[in-house]
Design a protein around this ligand. Structure first.
Ligand SMILES: C[S@@+](CC[C@H](N)C(=O)[O-])C[C@H]1O[C@@H](n2cnc3c(N)ncnc32)[C@H](O)[C@@H]1O
Length: 225
């Protein structure tokens, strides 16, 4: 179930209005959570891995906080953009690869709006294996809204979203924004928050999973020393 498809004409008209306002005052729900990630970095900061790094904005924020930061990106065009961004950078490197093929060890692994592109349990297990003892997995994820509780979480986000947009991007966009870059690969999440909670109880045990505003959840896990 999605709040935009509720079969009530008033709710749907409200949804269309909200969508129009959001299009005119866009802001990134994903980048909004970068602060949450940066506040939770572990003490030891040798190597960071950003999975599905897209154009590399989070990598640019991890840079300066780690000795090395690696971005892996499965989409060739996006990997090209990120590679170009950090060309010649001694700290940040970008690999056009699938997360499943990554090896080595890391002090932090980040995933922003990526886990729903991956096989859930296998990817959590792989991330846990790649972490050094004391290393931290930090996930900002999307879940499919299905239950009334899910909808109840989406409702304040839907109402707050245009307000935040107007503050962050006060000048309305009149034409579609084209930054000249390739489109970010997107996918609707298949798993619900309940599915993710069940998976996280098994792997990695002890992870802290929380619903958040703006259609996101966060997951935090530190590999025991
Ligand atoms: C919605 S985008 C998010 C990008 C970026 N993390 C951000 O916050 O802007 C999801 C990204 O994950 C990448 N992706 C999907 N499957 C992947 C995989 N198996 N390994 C690495 N990256 C993957 C996609 O190509 C896409 O760039």
């Amino acid at each position: 179930m999605d709040i935009r498809t509720v079969p009530n004409p008033i709710v749907r008209a409200g949804g269309r209005w909200l969508r129009r306002v959001n299009d005119r005052h866009p802001w990134s729900h994903n980048d909004h959570f970068h602060g949450w990630i940066l506040r939770r970095l572990p003490t030891r900061r040798r190597r960071a891995l950003d999975v599905g790094c897209g154009a590399g904005l989070l990598l640019s924020r991890l840079r300066g906080r780690f000795d090395e930061a690696l971005g892996v990106e499965a989409d060739a065009a996006m990997a090209g953009v990120a590679t170009e961004r950090f060309a010649g950078d001694p700290v940040v490197s970008v690999r056009h690869a699938r997360f499943e093929k990554v090896d080595g060890t890391f002090d932090t692994i980040t995933m922003v709006a990526v886990l729903h592109h991956l096989p859930l349990e296998a990817s959590l297990r792989h991330a846990a294996e790649l972490l050094e003892p004391g290393g931290r997995l930090l996930v900002v994820g999307l879940a499919r809204a299905e239950t009334l509780t899910d909808l109840a979480w989406d409702l304040p986000s839907s109402l707050l979203n245009p307000l935040v947009g107007m503050v962050r991007h006060p000048r309305p966009v009149t034409a579609p924004v084209d930054d000249g870059g390739p489109p970010l690969p997107m996918r609707d999440p298949a798993e619900t928050f309940a599915d993710i909670s069940r998976a996280v109880r098994r792997v990695p045990p002890g992870a802290r999973l929380r619903r958040r505003l703006f259609f996101r959840y966060t997951l935090e896990w530190t590999r025991p020393v």
